[in-house]
Design a protein around this ligand. Structure first.
Ligand SMILES: [Zn+2]
Length: 317
């Protein structure tokens, strides 16, 4: 038996076939093509899955379960997508709708939590009992896993690590509050600060690259800092200190075996990880303990979401 994972995004829908060892065997994607109704999205998912199975010489009778990662709040008990801003879903009974299209069990979960689940089972958290994932993308996402189970809270909404306030009255966040980690440690926040500093320092590498028409992104700012560009170095140091505040909070509250740093910015690799670990260390209360939380980079990239979604039915292994 194989499991089918779906990553439903505002831009693309991806599907992946995952075997019993949590390996991604094949994947495919199509543009989401919004605006679409939930029923139309359901049909698009079914068609994508059918095409992927056919390409691989398989059919629906060989699929054990279908799992769908959704960018929104998912009430798993009721199979309801309570809110997904990008998709314009409000209280959509999506699991029931999808169950009509597949003969096997269907599961749904928030996409950041599905990706965390994938990393936990097959990537940076493999073999661990507890892991917290922090995803540094356009926003800052999260997923908390204890003893082989995704922690959803009493209503499915737990894990919003990006919206912990680290600077009271600080920068305005997309959620409406001020000073959230997301307003300081997301890729969008980093790029915004890079652009501000490039504007103030026309002789900086950042300004030079912008003038040459290259769009600043998080990884470029890391690269400029490594090349000793002062403006970039300042932006990266500030970014890392804020991120360290947030991650140290997570360590001190949960003391998980692993904190997995994923999302686009994790592509900066050791340029991110090594200075981040140094900055976190003095904030951690357990620094004299024999066992300490390991901070690791995510290993599966975008595949984490597909693998995690495919094996949602294996929650509580
Ligand atoms: Zn916020």
């Amino acid at each position: 038996m194989i499991d089918l994972g779906i990553d439903l995004g505002g831009t693309n829908i991806a599907a992946g076939l995952v075997d019993s060892s949590f390996r991604l065997m094949a994947k495919a994607s199509v543009p989401t093509g919004l605006p679409k109704t939930p029923e139309e999205i359901g049909d698009a998912i079914r068609n994508l899955a059918a095409g992927l199975l056919e390409e691989n010489g398989l059919d629906f009778s060989q699929v054990g379960s279908v799992g769908i990662g959704i960018p929104g709040t998912v009430n798993k008990a009721e199979g309801m997508v309570e809110y997904a801003n990008n998709l314009e879903f409000n209280n959509v009974p999506f699991v029931k709708m999808m169950s009509r299209r597949f003969s096997c069990p269907v599961f749904a979960e928030n996409d950041a939590k599905a990706a965390a689940w994938g990393e936990y089972l097959a990537g940076a958290g493999k073999g661990c009992k507890s892991m917290v994932a922090v995803t540094l993308g356009t926003g800052v996402g999260g997923g908390i896993i204890f003893d082989g189970k995704i922690w959803d809270g009493c209503n499915g909404a737990a894990g919003e690590l990006g919206h912990m306030v680290i600077e009271q009255g600080g920068r305005l966040c997309t959620c409406g509050r001020r000073g959230c980690l997301e307003a300081y440690a997301s890729a969008a926040a980093l790029v915004k600060r890079g652009q501000e500093e490039a504007g103030k320092h026309p002789d900086s590498l950042l300004a030079l690259w912008e003038a040459q028409g290259s769009r600043l992104d998080g990884q470029r700012i890391f690269k400029a800092a490594q090349q000793k560009d002062e403006a970039a170095h300042k932006v990266i140091e500030e970014f890392l200190w804020y991120l360290a505040e947030g991650i140290a909070n997570i360590v001190n509250i949960f003391q998980p075996e692993v904190i997995c740093i994923g999302g686009g910015l994790s592509g900066a690799g050791d340029r991110l990880l090594i200075p981040l670990k140094e900055k976190i260390e003095p904030f951690v209360h357990s620094r004299n303990a024999k066992i300490n939380t390991r901070i690791r980079l995510a290993e599966l990239g975008n595949d984490a979401g597909l693998i995690g979604a495919a094996v949602l039915g294996k929650d509580s292994l």
